[in-house]
Design a protein around this ligand. Structure first.
Ligand SMILES: NC(=O)c1ccc[n+]([C@@H]2O[C@H](COP(=O)([O-])OP(=O)(O)OC[C@H]3O[C@@H](n4cnc5c(N)ncnc54)[C@H](OP(=O)(O)O)[C@@H]3O)[C@@H](O)[C@H]2O)c1
Length: 279
C-alpha cells in the first residue's frame, strides 16, 4: 500500500507503456513488505530536464532511464560513475546526499544474461545491430574482453562514435546497416546482439535477406522484449531479453538499496506475471 512515507522510484523514457520493470519492482516490493513503489513516466526529449529536476524536487529514491534518453541524461546529473561515463550512457540514477549519481547496469546485465546460457563472451566474433544507449553500454562491456566486435547501424556516425570510444582490449569496427553487411556479418558471427527495437527476423526480412539465413548464424540476442516470439527457430540458440531485463534490474536494486537483490524472487515474479517461464 502507498503511504505517506513510501519511497518512490521511477522510470523515464518514451515509450514506457510496454515496460516490465514496474511489474518486477512493485511485485518484489510488495512480497518483501518494502515500503517502496516504482512508477513509469512517459517523458519526451524536451521534458527530460524538467523530469530529472522533478525527481530531485520530489525526492524520488532513485530512478531508471530508458530509450531514448540514456545519453542525454548524463549532463543533467551531479556525478556519473566511471563505467557509465566511459560507456556514455546512464540507465540507473541514485539519489544521494551529494546529489543525483548516474550508473549503467545494461552492460553487466547483458553479460550476465549471455553467460547464463553457457556462452562465454570472450575471443568471440560479435555482431551488434544498432548504436543507441543500449549499444553504448554493451559494446563498452564486451570490448573489455578480447572480442572482435562489428557494429552495424542505420546512422553510421553513431556507430563510429561507439567504435572510437571503445577503450578495451577488444577490436571494434563499424559499418552501415545494409543488406550485404548484415548478410556477411551474420555468416561470421558467434553472437548477434540486436539492440534496435526491431526483432532480428523483421530486420532480416525488411532487408530482403532470406529468412533461413538466420538459422545458420551464431547465438541471437534481441534486446527488445515487446515483440512477439520469433516465427522461426533462429541461430545456434536464443538469449532472452527478459534475462537481461532481470539482471540489469537486480543491479539497479543493489545500487538503490545497497543490499543483494532477491534475484530468484524477481525471476519468479516476472514468470508468474507472464504466465510462463521464457527458458
Ligand atoms: N532487455 C533489456 O533489459 C533491455 C535493456 C536496454 C534496452 N532494451 C531495449 O533495446 C532497445 C534499444 O534501446 P536503446 O536505449 O538503445 O534505444 P535508442 O537509444 O533509441 O537506440 C535505438 C537504436 O536502434 C536503431 N533503430 C531504431 N529503429 C530502427 C529501425 N527501424 N531500423 C534499424 N535500426 C533502428 C537506432 O538507429 P539510429 O542510430 O539510426 O537512430 C538506434 O541505433 C529498446 O527496444 C529497449 O527497450 C532492452
Amino acid at each position: 500500500m502507498i503511504k505517506g512515507d513510501t519511497k518512490v522510484h521511477s522510470l523515464y523514457g518514451s515509450p514506457v507503456a510496454h515496460s516490465l520493470s514496474p511489474v518486477i519492482f512493485n511485485t518484489i516490493f510488495q512480497k518483501l513488505s518494502l515500503n517502496r513503489a516504482y512508477v513509469p513516466f512517459e517523458v519526451s526529449r524536451e521534458n527530460l530536464k524538467q523530469a530529472v529536476e522533478a525527481a530531485r524536487t520530489l525526492g524520488f529514491d532513485g530512478f531508471n532511464i530508458t530509450m531514448p534518453h540514456k545519453t542525454a541524461v548524463l549532463e543533467m546529473l551531479d556525478r556519473v560513475d566511471k563505467n557509465a561515463e566511459e560507456s556514455g550512457a546512464v540507465n540507473t540514477v541514485a539519489t544521494t546526499k551529494s546529489g543525483l549519481v548516474g550508473y549503467n547496469t545494461d552492460g553487466e546485465g547483458a553479460i550476465r544474461a549471455i553467460r547464463s546460457y553457457g556462452f562465454e563472451p570472450n575471443n568471440k566474433r560479435i555482431l551488434v545491430l544498432g548504436a543507441g544507449g543500449a549499444a553504448l553500454a554493451l559494446v563498452h562491456r564486451l570490448s573489455s574482453e578480447n572480442n572482435n566486435i562489428r557494429i552495424l547501424n542505420r546512422t553510421l556516425d553513431k556507430a563510429r562514435l561507439i567504435a572510437n570510444n571503445a577503450t578495451g582490449i577488444g577490436r571494434v569496427s563499424c559499418e552501415e546497416l545494409t543488406k550485404s553487411n548484415l548478410e556477411q556479418g551474420m555468416e561470421n558471427a558467434d553472437l548477434l546482439v540486436n539492440t534496435t527495437p526491431i526483432r532480428t527476423s523483421t530486420l532480416v526480412s525488411r532487408l530482403k535477406i532470406p529468412i533461413n539465413t538466420i538459422k545458420d548464424t551464431g547465438w541471437i540476442f534481441d534486446l527488445a522484449y515487446d515483440q512477439p516470439a520469433e516465427p522461426v527457430p533462429i541461430g545456434r540458440g536464443t538469449i532472452s531479453p527478459l534475462e537481461m531485463l532481470l539482471h540489469q534490474a537486480a543491479l539497479s536494486y543493489e545500487i538503490w538499496l545497497n543490499e543483494t537483490a532477491p534475484f530468484d524472487l524477481m525471476r519468479s515474479s516476472l514468470a508468474d506475471y507472464l504466465g510462463k517461464d521464457w527458458r
